[in-house]
Design a protein around this ligand. Structure first.
Ligand code: PEP
Ligand code: MN
Length: 450
């Protein structure tokens, strides 16, 4: 399938695009981006698609997580390692406690562009363009910083390359070796109740590994993990320039990440985002909020996955704790009845954001858990597979979401609120979430087997 040129794509209409003030500078950037090397290989995208087909069939669970918005300043070795570490810990908890293979997908190495509810931001009577992520403009509230600058697209490309390079080194170079299961549990988290619970689980894994070793079994899977990258495909120029023809198959792939998704605000059936993603061969996702109708979802599936290939399409639902039990059943039921092959994944973050009295955007851990519980319950009732979890998290000790075992209060948010956009679960909250979801997943697994 051919790819329309950029002007044809723009002519379809694309929501949530910045107003780039200098079209010539953009043309030069796009020309440069068309020549940079791919960040991922098409064959890796196919591998991930195969794993997501297993998720679609109910044989595996997807764990997708990372920052709401990566920043170039934040792309340090410590940060990347901390995110990877918490995802590896969560994956071990889910795999071990539920005996289900876990597909690990970072929301990283490209998550630099944000849709916003308003084009502008006003502070003390001064109105400037809203921050749209480091791919577009700067976070500082000055006219210079908030001016969209295409050079940033090249900067985030390089930052993504550096992040992915480090992730690849970690996951194949020994850091992700299962024998490291204790060393992932370092510093502040180790002394927390959930850290102690993790230690016990890691001890059991250690004993199992020692036993396997004693009988001479040492499979490759103990020493490395498969880990893939993903982000929201938002900025047309960037994703279009990084869409390339794979030399093996002659088919187009978006080589900016293994998996890309369409956000809740850009999933218009005839819009540019849906068109571009309908033409690439990567596994892709679409966010579905509480207003998404079954007919819309079925039409999106028909356009994005006309061959109904399992693993190609993931629906990431983000309904909100208060609504999920009302709106998800009809959606899943009708989409399933239409014969659509899709992996269902729960994003329990974006339907549960509110502003604390202090002005910080936050989420309650309890609401996040309530949405996940609703998701599992709905799928259990319908006999469909709860395929995964999409979360905004960090490996650090931030204070952005309230609640959880440490009972963070709204008054605590000020201590370490570091997100450039939405509030993330911190490391302790993320591990707590993993243990709670592992129990639900174990039950879902038992229901399928029983
Ligand atoms: C996000 O994932 O950060 C996001 C903006 O999500 P949504 O499109 O679901 O609102
Ligand atoms: Mn977000």
């Amino acid at each position: 399938m051919s790819i329309p040129d950029l002007s044809a794509l723009r002519a379809l209409g694309a929501a949530q695009q910045p107003s780039w003030p200098d079209p010539e500078a953009m043309d030069a950037t796009v020309a440069r981006l068309r020549r940079v090397p791919p960040l991922v290989f098409a064959g890796e995208c196919d591998d991930l698609k195969g794993k997501l087909a297993a998720v679609t069939r109910g044989e595996a669970f997807l764990l997708q997580g990372g920052d709401c918005a990566e920043t170039i300043d934040g792309a340090t070795a410590d940060n990347v390692r901390a995110k990877l570490r918490v995802l590896l810990q969560m994956a071990v908890v889910l795999t071990y406690a539920a005996s289900v293979p876990v597909v690990k997908l970072g929301r990283l190495a490209g998550q630099y562009a944000k849709p916003r509810s308003s084009d502008t931001e006003t502070r003390d009577g001064v109105t400037l363009p809203a921050y749209r992520g480091d791919a577009v403009n700067g976070f500082d509230f000055t006219p210079e910083s908030r001016r969209p600058d295409p050079q940033r697209l090249l900067d985030v490309y390089h930052s993504s390359a550096a992040t992915l390079n480090l992730v690849r080194a970690f996951v194949t170079g020994g850091y992700a070796d299962l024998r490291q299961v204790h060393t992932w549990n370092t510093d502040f988290v180790r002394s927390s109740p959930v850290g102690k619970r993790y230690e016990r689980l890691a001890g059991e894994i250690d004993r199992a590994l020692t036993f396997m070793n004693a009988i001479g079994a040492d499979p490759d899977a103990f020493h490395r993990v498969d880990f893939h990258s993903s982000h929201e495909a938002l900025i047309l120029e960037y994703e279009h320039a990084l869409t390339r023809i794979d030399s093996r198959t002659e088919l187009p792939y978006d080589v900016s990440a293994h998996f890309v998704w369409i956000g809740e605000r850009t999933r218009q059936l005839d819009g540019a985002h849906v068109d571009l993603l309908s033409r690439i061969k990567n596994p892709i996702g679409v966010k579905l909020g509480p207003t998404a109708t079954p007919d819309e979802a079925i039409a999106l599936a028909a356009k994005l996955n006309p061959e109904n290939e399992p693993g190609r399409l993931t629906f990431i639902t983000r309904m909100g704790a208060a609504r999920i039990r009302d709106v998800l059943p009809e959606l899943v039921e009708k989409v399933t009845a239409a014969g659509v092959q899709v992996a269902w994944v729960c994003d329990p973050m974006h339907g549960n954001t509110f502003e604390a009295s202090s002005g910080y955007k936050t989420r309650r851990f309890e609401d996040v858990m309530e949405e996940v519980q609703g998701f599992f319950d709905v799928h259990r009732t319908l006999g469909t597979w709860p395929g995964g979890l999409h979360v905004e998290l960090t490996g650090d000790n931030v204070t952005e979401c309230v609640g959880g075992g440490e009972s963070l209060l709204e008054a605590d948010l000020v201590h370490a609120y570091e997100s450039a956009c939405d509030p993330r679960l911190n490391r302790v909250q993320s591990l707590e979430l993993a243990f709670l979801v592992a129990e639900m997943l174990g039950e879902a697994q038992a229901a399928v087997e029983g």
